[in-house]
Design a protein around this ligand. Structure first.
Ligand SMILES: Cc1cc2nc3c(=O)[nH]c(=O)nc-3n(C[C@H](O)[C@H](O)[C@H](O)COP(=O)(O)OP(=O)(O)OC[C@H]3O[C@@H](n4cnc5c(N)ncnc54)[C@H](O)[C@@H]3O)c2cc1C
Length: 287
């Protein structure tokens, strides 16, 4: 077998057993919530399990805003500790979607690029489970090729006017805000990633129209978000004008590095294994 190049595998840091006590506390919390009928295990619970009471119960335990410094209302803990909590909740199929996007990618993005005003406005509320975010990236003709977004933001006297359509916006019909990727300069064919910027858009603003997209299974967590001349104040420009590509790929780094991609279906596997242990799974069990 060819040796794995050293740099592809990050070095182990810390002892994996450092989070054992925390995991045990989360499992106890999950067992309590299950006993109280607050958890009905489901697949994709980070997308479809919207339960603000559950998010607030987690906040009360200090499990939202774990990596947020205490001056912004958080708990100053490590990413490894947050990872342990998220793994336990996903494996249990707990209803975590209300706070998921805010806690996963908006928190670190605000800490990296947000102004002091933006951090003070959002981080304490996210850590209390009182503020929820969506993701404002994809567009009807712009998915994998994100640099082709056509949503446009134009400078006006006291801020920006945002015009365009976002799609597949999970939870937008319930979220408070999203960070919207928009063009602030015409496309430069030689440098398509230039001229992009990000804006924090309040999803209750005048001009925001949210239309549901119902999935084949009948569920509703996707939406189309139409931005019809939406005004965004200068105080809600996110990061730097023109630096949108670097910022959005950083946000995607936080979005795509979590355990949800492989733990989404774990509750189904656990249930099937449990039933198999009792003599098999009925053919129609999940129809
Ligand atoms: C569960 C879920 C939740 C989501 N939530 C959100 C959200 O909240 N907010 C948001 O902004 N977006 C969201 N998305 C959108 C998601 O990020 C997009 O699906 C993604 O950007 C891909 O775009 P697309 O679906 O238009 O696919 P396309 O870009 O049309 O791609 C279709 C296929 O073609 C392939 N392909 C594309 N370009 C090339 C190429 N140059 N060469 C070879 N192959 C190529 C792709 O790999 C893919 O297989 C969500 C998606 C899913 C599945």
């Amino acid at each position: 077998m060819r040796p794995v190049p050293e740099r592809l595998v990050p070095e182990q840091s810390g002892d994996p057993h450092d989070t054992d006590t925390l995991r045990a506390e989360v499992r106890e919390f999950i067992a309590e919530q299950r006993a109280a009928g607050k958890i009905k295990p489901t697949v994709d619970s980070w997308l479809s399990g919207w339960d603000e009471d559950f998010s607030k119960a987690m906040a009360a335990r200090g499990w939202l805003g774990m990596t947020v410094p205490s001056e912004y209302g958080g708990h100053g803990l490590s990413f490894a500790e947050r990872f342990a909590v998220t793994e336990e909740l996903l494996a249990a199929g707990a209803p975590v979607s209300a706070h998921w996007i805010a806690d996963r990618q908006i928190v670190p993005s605000l800490l990296k690029y947000g102004t002091e005003h933006q951090r003070q406005t959002y981080l304490p509320r996210i850590a209390r489970g009182e503020c929820y975010f969506g993701i404002g990236m994809s567009e009807p003709d712009s998915g994998s090729d994100l640099a082709s977004v056509r949503t446009k933001a134009t400078k006006n006297a006291d801020g920006w006017t945002v015009e365009g359509t976002k799609v597949w916006t999970s939870g937008a019909h319930r979220a408070d805000a999203f960070i919207c990727l928009a063009r602030t300069e015409p496309v430069d064919a030689k440098n398509r990633h230039a001229g992009l910027s990000q804006f924090i858009v309040d999803l209750r603003s005048p001009g925001v129209e949210i239309r549901p997209i119902i999935s084949m299974g009948g569920g509703h967590h996707f939406n189309e978000v139409h931005l019809n001349e939406v005004h965004v104040g200068d105080d809600m420009v996110f990061g730097e004008i023109g630096n949108g590509w670097a910022q959005v790929t950083s946000e995607l780094g936080f979005e795509r590095s979590g355990p949800e991609r492989f733990l989404s279906t774990f509750p189904l596997l656990a249930e099937a294994a449990g039933q198999a242990g009792q003599g098999g799974v009925p053919r129609d069990a999940y129809l």
